[in-house]
Every structure is written in C-alpha cells, then in structure tokens.
Design a protein. Structure first.
Length: 362
C-alpha cells in the first residue's frame, strides 16, 4: 500500500519512524454529469473572475478572505514557518481507556507502518505496551495543512490511528430529542429486549452494500443493451398509527422464523407470555392503555374472569332476551298481515269473476 505521509511517533524520548497508510477505501459508484440531449460530458472549468481566463492547477494558490471581501495571499512557505511541532511528528499526549473516546469524534482511519529496520523495535514496544495496558494513545499530528487529533490503538499486529474531531467540533444535540413526554411501559421494554435477543449477533464480514451491487447490475444490463428488470419495492409503509406492542411482537416472531427457531407468537423467552396485545380501538374502549401487563397473564383472561361478577353482564343478557322476544312478536305480526292481504286479494278476485259471468249471460 502506498504511504500518504512520512514522519515519526514521538513517545516520550522515543522516536519511531513510521509511514502513514490509508486503512479504508471507498467502493461507492460515482457518476458523471452529462447533457441529457446528446450525452456530452459536463465539465467544470476553473476561471479567473478578473480576466475570464481558464487557469491550471499550477497557477492556483491560497488566500484568506477578509471580512471586507479582500483576499490575503498565504503561501506554502508561510505555512511551513509556523511553530507547529507536529508538522512531521505524531506526538502522543496521553493514554486513556478506549471508552473515554466519544464515537462521534471518529473520523478517517490509517495504518502506521514501521519505516525501516531500526523502527521495528520501538514500534513493537509501543504496540505491546498498548496491548498490555488495554488503553489507547491520544496524539496530535498535522496533515493536509492543519493540526489534527488522533487515537492510536492496536489492530492485530499493527498500530492503527483514527483521526478524531476536536471536542469543539461536535455539535450539541439540542432540539433533536422528542419534545413531548413519552411513557414506555414494562411490557414494551420486555418485547424490545426479546427482539434484541432474537436478532442476536451478526458476522460483520457478511454485511455488504446491496445498493452498490444493484447499481452495478443496472449498469451491466444497460451496457449490454438489455432492459433492466424493475426491482420489487416490497410493501409500502409509513405514516400509519400502529400498535407498538403488536409491532414488537410481530418483529420477534419474524426474527425467530428467519433464524429457523420455533416460538409461540404470544410468547417471549422461555415460552412465557410477555404481553397481551390488542388493537388500538380495543385499548381505547376498554380504558386499559395505561395499565401494565404482567408477563404470563393476559388482559383478555382478566376480562373474562371478571365478567360474571359484574352487574353489567346481567343487564346485557336481559337486554338480549328482550330483543329476541320483540323480534318474534314482529315476525308473528308480519305473518298475520300477509295472510290478511292474501284473503282480501282472493275476495277481490272472486267478485271480479262473478261480475264477468253476469255480463256474459246478459
């Protein structure tokens, strides 16, 4: 791997010559901008505002723009004369526990390689000291025209350095958390824990960029003149009010099925019921949305057990009996009315028949 920076690690009075190598690489697919009408490339040209002439990279320098808009030229020689001890040195300033570093500060990652045979012994010394102490080293270094903060740690048999953002570069999360007060019930936490346990660990090497692979297949298909197959977007979602307990329970069941495990959809770990799940309308109607549901018992069972004791159940039964009696009475009344209509129709038919006979005989 090609080094991007040469210098030394300053470890007290010990100096370790090293080379800095990129530890990561970008596999993202990049696109070019084109003119849609004819497919021509769209390019950006660097043009001087004063004379309108295009300039090359060799003709471009640095300048600081003052508050009034004026430009103050700054040369590489000016920067090289700055009192910056870390210009060619990774200066270790402290050793701290790894969990003392906020992951929000993590930036680019590099491998530090011993530069030459004489560097092998002090390099190994620092590596083994970091391993035994179970700490990481905080260091300052300069790269691409600015001083930076870094963290040194051991990866396999190599010392790696993570570039860190300065503490004042981390923004406070003001106004990000939900503003309204939200209460999370024990039953919901139980199901969330069950879902976390069911999903379990993952082999990091098995994770890959599905989107990049899909783009590569799309490019290959279009390059060969084939029509790309439309992707299955799956179920549409978003914007719907859901029952959180039901969603968690379904997630646990789906995760178990994906892992080839058998489990009751109403059960948590160990086969015990974690919570009784109802629709939102049922919860609002029964007024049980604020109650905690204990594991191993269901709200529906409690309702069925308490129904015989309540007087509301008797009224409901009496009301149902009265309605059935009213229906029978209405049915009898309808039958009598139908029979009366038939009798009237027969009489009218008989009278018409007699009248027609009299007219015929006359």
């Amino acid at each position: 791997m090609r080094s991007i920076w040469n210098g030394a690690i300053s470890f007290g009075l010990v100096s370790i010559p090293i080379k800095l190598v990129n530890a990561t690489e970008n596999h993202s697919i990049s696109f070019r901008q084109i003119h849609v009408e004819d497919g021509g490339r769209i390019r950006y040209r660097k043009v001087c505002e004063l004379d309108g002439e295009e300039v090359t990279s060799a003709e471009i320098g640095k300048a600081y723009e003052d508050a009034d808009g004026s430009m103050i030229p700054i040369t590489d020689e000016d920067l090289s004369h700055l009192p910056l001890p870390t210009a060619k040195t990774i200066e270790i300033v402290a050793f701290v526990p790894a969990d003392a570093i906020d992951p929000l500060q993590m930036d680019a990652a590099y491998y530090l390689s011993a530069n030459g045979v004489p560097a092998a012994k002090p390099y190994t010394l620092l590596r083994e000291a970091l391993k035994r102490s179970r700490k990481v080293a905080l260091a300052k270094y300069a790269l691409r025209g600015r001083e930076r903060l870094g963290m040194l740690r051991v990866v396999d048999d190599v010392i790696a350095m993570h570039g860190l953002l300065w503490p004042d570069e981390i923004r406070a999360p003001e106004g990000v958390a939900p503003e309204s007060d939200v209460t999370v019930r024990d039953a919901e936490l139980d199901l969330a824990d069950a879902l976390m346990d069911t999903l379990g660990d993952v082999d990091m090497d098995s994770l890959h960029d599905d989107y990049r692979e899909a783009v590569e297949e799309l490019v290959a298909a279009k390059a060969s003149g084939e029509a790309p197959e439309p992707a299955d977007k799956g179920a549409k979602g978003g914007g719907k009010v859901i029952d959180l307990l039901a969603a968690l329970e379904s997630s646990v069941k789906a995760a178990k099925e994906a892992r080839g495990e058998e489990g009751d959809e109403d059960s948590g770990e160990g086969g015990e019921s974690v919570a009784d799940v109802h629709s939102l309308s049922d919860r609002k109607a029964s007024g049980t949305s604020g109650r905690k549901t204990a594991a191993g018992s269901g709200g529906a069972a409690k309702k069925s057990a308490s129904a015989p004791k309540s007087t509301g159940g008797k009224k409901s039964t009496a009301s149902g009996t009265g309605k059935q009696a009213a229906k029978k009475t209405a049915a009898k009344s309808t039958t009598k009315k139908t029979a009366a209509k038939k009798t009237t129709a027969k009489k009218q038919s008989g009278s018409k028949s007699t009248t027609s006979r009299k007219r015929a005989s006359a």
